[in-house]
Write a protein that binds this ligand. Structure first.
Ligand code: OXD
Ligand code: MN
Length: 601
């Protein structure tokens, strides 16, 4: 079976950095007794350790060496073909009551689930190495920062977490020796990578995650979706902060005025591209910088929201990434990157659909089979990924390590919608913005297993990631709003609207700067807009469309509201709220009724 490599025995000085916190040591002891590994490897995230683990991974075929002249210090990993995306159907929130997990989560009773998982983990690491990884989410000195430990039997997880988190000594220092300090317990085992024994379980009350049977990043890099979002959102509500599925970017005018915006788009809807946007030539002197590409943690300070990116790297979708679509991502992944499930060209370079240049005449596809441009199969899996350090990003924001976070001027929601939803509009106020986020929808993508292209409601892009009752989550948003004296403006965008010919109406990518600029103008009180039933809409002349090759009719269509489409949309909002039972806050029901009245429903 792929990935199930035997134990490794490191030379002295590697794999022996034991934490001193007694609570951690007791827990590791307990998991080792249960899983019975051949040995325990205490990770410290050092260069030395990483070199050793890469060498072992190459020997055991967990990693494949790439042409180091083309992609320096970079490797390819192939996951089991049955294990290539997040599995929402096998993801559970295990709270004492089903009510606490709410209508959008799979719920499982904690005691029974612990017993089931303990049975699966019993002797699961026999003959293998158990790695203990200390990591930190957030800058070293941030009040938002959290410490986690992940136990895993996968070297791929160790090497990926070294990129994705601040790993090792920094985390141990942050935790200290207090056995009652808050830290997350994560246990991962590949087991036999069998979908029938694949469970991603969260125990928010215990700050614990157990993930078995998968090797795919979103299911096993427990720092990311599991801690930073599911457990994170649960802690955030309790502790009065916000854990959101949001990119964070900085945008600076030629005069040096800088704003930060946070944007929640569902998985594989262009968060990484937007966070690394390069303004078109017409916007000379404008700069966009990245704070984060996937997750934003925000807290209130002086009546404003301040955000940090808890992560240290990017786990991005590869297909479609090119020098045309996202030059900064291409530069980021040109070295020190782990690729998962892309194709391997005969010259040892990586290949994927949508990469610049001609496809290779022959390659090995993501499954390990021969591939040519004539093949019916894709060379790279549609959800193939790069894992790359954020320090590789040429436009990394200088304040990415700022513990206080960056002040957020605007929050943007958005999804993939072929119709109905205009290119951009602004909510009337915070509560109306919360309604807008709560009712957002998107066509599904390959980031999770299941049908692709189906419109589903994905509130705040958190449907798969909210670790508690979604009604309480909406209320938390409303409650945060009450504490803000200087709230961010809230917008909705849709880069994906199509015309009657089925083609995208908007060019997207760098041209999204035009929309971003209008949002910044609105933040500064200068941008024009018309009041519409759904919010403030720009008219074509409010957007800077100079030197853009999009015809006037397309712009009208992009900014237009179709009465019948919106009647259907509002009916779908009602259907969605009804499907949640009676958890939706009154304020949001009121917002919906007002909107329905506007459309004579
Ligand atoms: C991701 C996702 O990997 O949202 O970021 O699925
Ligand atoms: Mn994501």
């Amino acid at each position: 079976m792929k990935n199930l490599a035997p134990a490794i025995f490191p030379p002295k000085g590697i794999g022996d950095t034991k934490p001193s916190n007694k609570a951690v040591l007791d827990w590791v002891d307990e998991i080792a007794k249960l899983t019975q590994p051949e040995n325990i490897f205490w990770c410290d995230g050092s260069e030395h350790e990483s070199e050793f683990l890469i060498a072992e991974s190459l020997k055991q075929n967990v990693l494949i060496e790439l042409n180091q002249k083309r992609v320096a210090r970079s490797y390819l990993h192939r996951s089991n073909p049955n294990d290539v995306a997040r599995v929402e159907q096998f993801t559970f929130v295990c709270t004492p009551t089903k009510q606490e997990a709410g209508p959008t989560n799979n719920w499982a009773e904690p005691t029974e689930t612990y017993a089931k998982l303990r049975a699966l983990l019993s002797a699961a690491m026999r003959g293998r190495t158990m790695f203990v990884i200390p990591y930190m989410m957030g800058p070293a000195d941030s009040p938002l920062t959290k410490v986690g430990f992940e136990i895993t039997d996968s070297k791929y997880v160790v090497l990926s977490l070294r990129i994705m988190t601040r790993m090792g000594d920094v985390a141990l220092k942050r935790l200290g020796n207090d056995p009652s300090a808050e830290w997350n317990r994560g246990v991962h085992s590949l087991l036999d990578v069998n979908p029938e024994r694949r469970f991603i379980c969260h125990f928010p009350r215990d700050n614990t995650i157990i993930s078995v049977g998968s090797g795919y990043g979103g299911n096993v890099l427990l720092s990311k979706k599991c801690l930073a979002l599911r457990i994170g959102s649960y802690l955030a509500r309790k502790q009065n902060w916000m854990a959101e599925h949001m990119l964070i970017l900085g945008v600076e005018s030629p005069e040096g005025r800088k704003h930060y915006v946070a944007a929640a788009f569902p998985s594989a809807c262009g968060k990484t591209n937007f966070a690394m946007l390069i303004p078109p030539a017409h916007f000379k002197g404008w700069k966009v910088t990245t704070v984060g590409d996937d997750i934003g943690w925000m807290r209130i300070r002086d009546g404003r929201l301040y955000a940090v990116n808890p992560e240290n790297g990017y786990f991005g979708v590869v297909p479609g990434t090119s020098y045309k679509s996202n030059p900064n991502a291409m530069r980021s992944i040109a070295h020190d990157t782990i690729y998962t499930n892309v194709a391997l060209a005969d010259d040892g370079d990586v290949w994927w659909e949508g990469k610049d240049g001609e496809p290779p005449e022959h390659a090995i596809d993501w499954r390990g089979n021969d591939w040519t441009p004539q093949s019916n199969e894709k060379a790279a899996h549609p959800n193939s990924r790069f894992t790359t350090p954020m320090r590789n990003n040429p436009v990394l924001d200088p304040d990415v390590d700022e513990g206080e976070g960056v002040p957020i001027s605007a929050i943007i929601f958005g999804g993939r919608r072929s119709d109905t939803v205009p290119l951009v509009y602004q909510a009337f106020d915070w509560n109306n913005g919360v309604y807008l986020g709560a009712t957002m929808a998107s066509e599904t993508t390959a980031a999770a297993t299941g049908a692709v292209g189906r419109v589903r409601r994905d509130p705040m892009a958190m449907l798969p990631f909210c670790g508690y009752n979604i009604g309480d989550y909406f209320q938390h948003w409303l409650d945060i709003g009450k504490q803000l004296t200087n709230p961010p403006l809230i917008f909705n965008v849709n880069w994906f609207r199509k015309g009657a010919d089925g083609k995208f109406l908007w060019p997207g990518f760098g041209e999204n700067m035009r929309v971003l600029k209008w949002m910044i103008d609105r933040c500064e009180g200068s941008g024009g807009a018309l009041k519409s039933p759904i919010g403030w809409l720009p008219s074509p002349h409010d957007l800077d469309l100079a030197e853009l090759d999009v015809d006037r009719n397309a712009v009208d269509e992009l900014l237009g509201l179709d009465h019948e489409e919106w009647q259907k949309e509002i009916a779908a909002h009602k259907e969605f709220f009804d499907s949640l039972g009676n958890v939706v806050p009154q304020e949001l029901q009121k917002q919906r009724e007002q909107l329905a009245a506007e459309f004579k429903l």
